[in-house]
Design a protein around this ligand. Sequence first.
Ligand code: ZN
Length: 75
Amino acid sequence: MKYKKICPKCGGQDILMIPGSCGAYGSGNNIMLGATIFSGIGVHRYICGCCGYSEEYISRHDLEKVAQSSKCRHI
Ligand SMILES: [Zn+2]
């Protein structure tokens, strides 16, 4: 969805993107990993304008911070 810009559910191509903002504490649009430097992870949200389906992505830069967090582990 992020790359094809096509909804995987209904095939719609009216995709809306809401960029996450780093450091926007308490905005409700960021994943909180506790009171650490990871608190401001930016989450980009893609929403289908046809059926309302949404997906969320963490930016590649922030993914590195998440992977290095002691709160996060591979499964
Ligand atoms: Zn859709």
